[in-house]
Design a protein around this ligand. Sequence first.
Ligand SMILES: [Zn+2]
Length: 303
Amino acid sequence: MYRLTLGDFELSIFSDGTYPLDGGAFFGVVPKVMWSKKVAVDERNYCTAGLNSLLIRTGTETVLVETGMGNKLSERMRKFYGQPGQLLDNLSAGGVAPEDIDIVINSHLHFDHCGWNTVRDKNGKMVPTFPRAKYYAPLGEWEYARRPSERDAISFISDNYDPLVRSGQMTLLKGGEEIVPGISVKTFPGHTAHMLGIIIAGGHDARHSQNPHFSQRQGEVGHPASSSNACYISDLIPTTAHIDLTWGMGFDLYPLQTIDSKKQYYARAISERWLTVFTHDPKIPWAYVEHDETGKMIARGVA
Ligand SMILES: [Zn+2]
């Protein structure tokens, strides 16, 4: 069980399980002789990827960031990815019922990030898994998902979001909004054009100052005052093995933007000691990214 207190907020990790992912796709242009030193690989060249959702209790709201792979994969996709599908069981084991969730935020709409947004009821109708929740996802991503490129069309399952948009239960975001006091989103292009990082400012100071959005706090860069910040950085830095600027995934649609976005993220996350949440790391769901004595970026575990 991963749980910690971040200022006034309580953060916990709930997993939807793990799934096999081709190592070449996971590490893009990085040679196998390098990435295979960091992660285990089986005889088919598959690594193990995690599906980490973040639960935030603010004191007034219960917020779920990302909903894993869900249970609506096609038979063909199940052949590749299996059917992890453990999120609801894991939430339940942690005392969280679907009705307890007030807010759901999706960083983007690939099937492994919003799969439990909806479920099919006994009549085959698509219904929200979290009936009381207000859902949020990036607008640009939703527009793209309606006419995706051939390259990543397979990554979109419209039943995960279209019924919610139609019913008005999902609000589409431009990027930069504050969802509730202390929880805001910022666009980090690279993996997709509109992927959001979810920034959590759990401390009193951070919450009562302005929206913790980069452009508004430039003067503070370099001051480690906001150590009660965290960020769900999603597929920009999917695992601790992807911390290096040039270790992007083969799935990234805009790999040069991934590098720029990582630089922008680290400029604050390292100097202000933000807790980084890694969406696909099967072993280390969160850590602090730091420079070691040689200047190399590393993940420092949570003590
Ligand atoms: Zn993705």
